[in-house]
Design a protein around this ligand. Structure first.
Ligand SMILES: NC(=O)c1ccc[n+]([C@@H]2O[C@H](COP(=O)([O-])OP(=O)(O)OC[C@H]3O[C@@H](n4cnc5c(N)ncnc54)[C@H](OP(=O)(O)O)[C@@H]3O)[C@@H](O)[C@H]2O)c1
Length: 255
C-alpha cells in the first residue's frame, strides 16, 4: 500500500514545534500531506514550510476555539480534506515529594495533557472528513505505575481511557466513520526526555517515532505502541499481581 497522499489531504498536528510533533510534521509533509502545524512558537512554525500553521496555546480555550474557526476557513479556501488530527502537544513534570504533594504541578500537567485535549477535540474533531483518523498522544507509561509519575501518568492514563471511550461512541456512528488511535511511545529522544535524570532503555529517535505514528495512523490502528521490544515487556509486567509489581518498582523510586 502506498502511503503517499493526494495533495488535498491535510493533517493537523499539535506540538509541532519540537520533538515528536516536529518530526511528524516533516514526515507527513515528505509523504505528500498538507500539514497544519500547531504550536506556541510562531518563529519555529513559520520556518517549517510544511503547509500552514496555527499559533495557539492549547490550555487557552478561546485561543483553541479561534484556531478551530481559522482552520475551517483555511480548509474551505484551499479545498483541503482534513483526514487526520494528531493531538500530540504535551508536557511532563515529576512529583519529587509525594508527602508534600505539589498540587499546582499536578494541575498544570493535567490541564495541558488532558483538559486542553478536550478543547482541541471540540475544535477539530468535527472538521475531520469521513474516514478520518484522530490520534491522541498517550504514553507507554500508562502500562505500569512509574515513580514520580503521579501527574504525568495519570494524565496519560486518562488520555488512553478517553480514546477508548471516544472510539466506542464514534463506532456507534458508522456514517461518520472516524477512527481513533491512542499513541503509546516508549522513550523517544526529544527535549522533553533530555531533562530526565534516569536511564531510558531502548530509546528511539523522534524520526523513528514519526514513522511509526505515520504507519499506524494510515492503518487506522487503535493502539500505536513502539518500540515493540520495550512496550511488550511493559505489557507483560503489567500482568503481574500489583503486590509483586510494587516490590519490583518501589526500589526504583529511591532517589
Ligand atoms: N519523548 C518521549 O519519550 C515521549 C514518550 C511518550 C509520550 N510522549 C508524549 O509525546 C508528546 C510530545 O512530546 P515530545 O517528547 O516531543 O516533547 P517536546 O519536544 O517537549 O514537545 C512538546 C510539544 O508540545 C507543545 N506544547 C506544550 N504545551 C503546550 C501548550 N500549552 N500549548 C501549545 N503547545 C504546547 C510544545 O510547544 P512549545 O515549543 O511551545 O513548548 C512542543 O511543541 C507529549 O504529549 C509527550 O507526553 C513523549
Amino acid at each position: 500500500m502506498s502511503h503517499h497522499q493526494s495533495s488535498s489531504s491535510a493533517v493537523l498536528i499539535t506540538g509541532a514545534t519540537s520533538g515528536i510533533g516536529l518530526a511528524s510534521a516533516k514526515f507527513y509533509a515528505a509523504k505528500g500531506f498538507h500539514v497544519i502545524a500547531c504550536g506556541r512558537n510562531e518563529t519555529v512554525l513559520a520556518g517549517l514550510n510544511v503547509g500552514h500553521f496555527l499559533t495557539f496555546d492549547i490550555t487557552q480555550p478561546e485561543q483553541v476555539n479561534q484556531a478551530g474557526i481559522a482552520l475551517k476557513q483555511y480548509l474551505a479556501d484551499k479545498q483541503l480534506q482534513l483526514t487526520q488530527v494528531i493531538l500530540n502537544a504535551g508536557t511532563c513534570e515529576y512529583i519529587d515529594d509525594v508527602i508534600e504533594f505539589d498540587a499546582m504541578l499536578f494541575s498544570r500537567v493535567i490541564t495541558t495533557n488532558l483538559i486542553a485535549v478536550g478543547h482541541c477535540i471540540r475544535a477539530f474533531l468535527p472538521q475531520l472528513t469521513k474516514g478520518g483518523q484522530l490520534g491522541l498522544m498517550s504514553s507507554s507509561a500508562t502500562y505500569l505505575p512509574f515513580p514520580r509519575a503521579e501527574a504525568y501518568g495519570a494524565s496519560k492514563a486518562a488520555i488512553s481511557y478517553l480514546g477508548r471511550s471516544l472510539r466506542l461512541d464514534l463506532a456507534a456512528n458508522p456514517s461518520v466513520d472516524i477512527g481513533v488511535s491512542v499513541i503509546c511511545p516508549g522513550f523517544v529522544d526529544t527535549p522533553l526526555t533530555a531533562k530526565n535524570d534516569f536511564a531510558m532503555p531502548m530509546q528511539i529517535s523522534s524520526d523513528q517515532a514519526a514513522e511509526r505514528i505515520f504507519k499506524g495512523m494510515a492503518q487506522r490502528k487503535f493502539e500505536i505502541h513502539f518500540p515493540k521490544r520495550f512496550t511488550l515487556i511493559l505489557k507483560c509486567l503489567s500482568w503481574l499481581p500489583e503486590k509483586i509489581l510494587i516490590k519490583l518498582l518501589a526500589d526504583k523510586a529511591v532517589k
